[in-house]
Design a protein. Structure first.
Length: 232
């Protein structure tokens, strides 16, 4: 079977992708309602099947450059309604697709996202467990991802009392400087070919919320800031 020729996304197509990312990030963070998404991009296709957990709203393009989804979780409800789950984009057919981009991974630093740093305090109480650079392809024993596929992880800084985190992952194809070198960012280059991205909510569990509240009380108690009023 003959391989399809590689197509580069045009500047206009990449600008549209970036617009989707900016709006999708705001939607996941709860800064805009879904009605604002529809006003910006038009009416999406809705996919909601019995027995399927997610409700998806999708934007597809005739040139197959990318597919965009906004999903809600029917099993996790907020105020009796499905909760916001994930915003995602797949470029072309994904990892092995023929549509390429020229979007350096550093681009996402400009959106107010914070690079994951293992061991860092998230909200002054919890510890970050993720890494910014993940050699996804090297870790994948299934062979689905090529060895030069990596993921860059980010977190959106949220208010200290937010009931959820916003986590983002950007999947790229690039090139290892040395195949014998370490699986680190310093040994990876040419990370401009974005293949997919996902920005999602992680709702804190009741235990995590309780731990955060207890840590706050301990902190304020140690600082001796209580003055007869109820501590936060």
């Amino acid at each position: 079977m003959q391989e399809k020729p590689v197509r580069m996304m045009t500047e206009a197509q990449q600008a549209k992708l970036m617009q989707f990312v900016c709006v999708g990030l705001e939607w996941v963070a709860g800064q805009i309602p879904f009605d604002e998404v529809v006003r910006t991009f038009g009416q999406p296709k809705k996919y909601d099947a019995d027995g399927v957990r997610m409700i998806e709203y999708a934007y597809d393009f005739d040139d197959d450059t990318m597919s965009v989804t906004f999903s809600y979780d029917k099993l996790h409800q907020i105020d009796g309604k499905p909760s916001i789950n994930t915003f995602g984009i797949k470029v072309g057919d994904g990892v092995g697709g023929d549509v390429y981009t020229n979007i350096p991974y550093e681009t996402w630093d400009s959106l107010g996202l914070h690079r994951l740093a293992r061991g860092e305090l998230i909200d002054g109480m919890r510890t970050e467990m993720g890494d910014f650079f993940d050699p996804t392809g090297l870790r994948d024993i299934s062979g689905w991802y090529p060895t030069n596929y990596v993921t860059f992880g980010y977190r959106l800084p949220m208010p200290l009392d937010s009931p959820f985190d916003v986590i983002a992952g950007f999947g790229y194809l690039g090139e290892w400087v040395s195949k014998k070198g370490d699986a680190t960012l310093s040994n990876f280059r040419s990370a401009v070919n974005l293949r997919s991205l996902a920005i999602g909510r992680h709702y804190l569990t009741p235990e995590e919320l309780q731990q955060r509240q207890l840590a706050k009380r301990q902190k304020y108690g140690e600082m001796n800031l209580c003055t007869g009023m109820v501590c936060p």
